[in-house]
Design a protein around this ligand. Structure first.
Ligand code: HEC
Length: 440
């Protein structure tokens, strides 16, 4: 997101909220509060970076990805149909479904295209930054229990999921299939609760598939149909969309979908929530923190570098979200003045570590390049700058200036007249600092 000044953003928010007041309140707009809005209809919302500090993502911050408009499923007439390679095709009401043994797990769900905006050259698709991912506590029933009840046959190879969402225009329906092996995994679920609440509409009420470790595209929402097939499903979102060449290809290469495989597991990844890019920190104790996760291969460790990847030190995992959840992590940094490139990298149990460089692929899936955050650490004296100058606006207003020390003095005096508080004994220091950094 662009770093508009706090003042500017407030003024902007003020203007939009009064605009919204004039219209009937819309649910999706209320829900997108604080989120990065990629699209309101279909609803595509990204979690802001602070979300990576939370062990469990609150529903309000949980990313939303919808290929079609959000349907309203009528609970009275709702039933889940199970058909295909089964002995007893079923239509189960929600009430009957809930009679099956209840299971719960914490699971990270990441959009296969999360991080797409970082690829060069660019490709079409939602331009996610970091937040096309979230970590929730899901509750529901095991898919395997439903499949057994329907008498799944040995001929069943793939399970295709269908939701109540209706295609926009002549766009193909959003349907995905997973191999039977993953479908029979006791952790693969049909969830009706998220973080202890009934599944919200944007997240697939009344029922969504939970495929731990796999891309969000398999976590079909508003689930109404399960069909067991004797081969992989042949719809658009299996044969054309959500395919990956398996390894990186030279940037810009057009790869025939037939040469690619459906995206399944996500890859090990970590995100730094704090400090933020271009932050100015005071010297001394500082905290580097974020979240890390993995897919089919479990997360093993997270390390942090403050010297652009030359040396690495272990971060401490601070949550216990089980096998499929993300883990928050923390690193205590004794920062001395200077300019830094802070990085975090996660490694999975097979020893695979996040790469330093992009492995490009045509649709921009599975981005997991090590994130770099640039920070400046200032001597304590210069922290006068932070406390005196970054209260009403952020650095953007200051950064663009190219002034002499005398001009800076007039500028600072003006700010003091406007309410900035600059302790007398720190003014000279502050002017030295400004004049050295933002000079003609
Ligand atoms: C009490 C609030 C406040 C504080 C504290 C403050 N400023 Fe400002 N500053 C403003 C406002 C408001 C503007 C925008 C004025 C405009 O756009 O017309 C501004 C604008 C600026 C600009 C843009 C040029 C200009 O004069 O409009 C610079 C540079 C700047 N401030 C530097 C500083 C520095 C350096 C400090 C610390 C000594 C500081 N500010 C502290 C309120 C503040």
């Amino acid at each position: 997101m662009s770093q508009t000044s706090i003042l500017g953003r407030r003024a902007f928010l003020g203007a939009t909220s009064s605009l919204l007041m004039a219209q009937p309140a819309q649910q999706s707009e209320a829900k997108s509060h604080g989120m990065i809005v990629h699209s309101r209809k279909p609803e595509d919302l990204e979690m802001p970076i602070d979300g990576f500090l939370q062990a469990i993502t609150p529903i309000d911050l949980f990313y939303v990805r919808s290929h079609h408009y959000t349907p309203q499923v009528d609970l009275e007439s709702y039933s889940l149909k199970v058909s295909g390679e089964v002995d007893k095709p079923l239509a189960i009401s929600l009430k009957d479904l809930k009679k099956l043994p209840r299971v719960e797990l914490v699971g990270v769900m990441e959009c296969a295209g999360n991080g797409r905006s970082f690829y060069t050259p660019k490709m079409p698709g939602l331009q996610w930054t970091h937040g096309g991912v979230g970590n929730a506590r899901w509750a529901g029933v095991r898919l395997v229990d439903v499949l057994k009840r329907a008498g799944i046959r040995a001929t069943g190879k793939h399970i295709v999921f269908d939701g109540a969402d209706v295609s926009v225009g002549t766009m193909p329906k959003f349907q995905r299939s997973i191999p039977v092996k993953k479908g029979l995994d006791p952790d693969t679920m049909l969830a009706f609760e998220m973080n202890g609440q009934p599944l919200p509409q944007s997240h697939g009420a009344p029922l969504r598939v939970v495929v731990p470790g796999w891309g969000g595209d398999c976590w079909v929402k508003w689930l109404t149909g399960i069909q067991v097939l004797d081969r992989e499903f042949e719809g658009f979102f299996m044969k054309t969309g959500y395919r990956h060449p398996g390894k990186g290809v030279p940037p810009g290469t057009a790869v025939d979908p037939a040469q690619m495989k459906p995206v399944e597991s996500v890859r090990v990844k970590s995100v730094i929530a704090t400090p933020k890019d271009n932050m100015i920190l005071a010297q001394g104790a500082s905290r580097i923190a974020g979240a890390a996760w993995s897919g089919e291969v479990p997360l093993a460790k997270v390390e942090v570098s403050t010297d652009a990847g030359r040396s690495w030190a272990a971060a401490r995992l601070t949550s216990s979200n089980g096998r499929w959840g993300w883990q928050t992590w923390d690193f205590a940094w004794n920062a001395v003045p200077g300019s830094y490139k802070v990085m975090a990298r996660a490694t999975d149990a097979s020893g695979y570590t996040q790469p330093m460089e992009q492995e490009w692929n045509p649709s921009g899936y599975l981005w997991n390049v090590i994130q770099t955050v640039k920070v400046d650490v200032l001597p304590l004296a210069s922290t006068a700058y932070r406390s005196s100058c970054l209260g009403c606006h952020n650095e953007d207003l200051i950064k663009g200036q190219k002034l002499t020390r005398a001009q800076w003095e007039r500028e600072v005096d003006k700010m003091v007249r406007w309410g900035a508080q600059v302790p007398a004994d720190q003014k000279a220091n502050l002017l030295d600092f400004l004049a050295a950094r933002y000079k003609p």
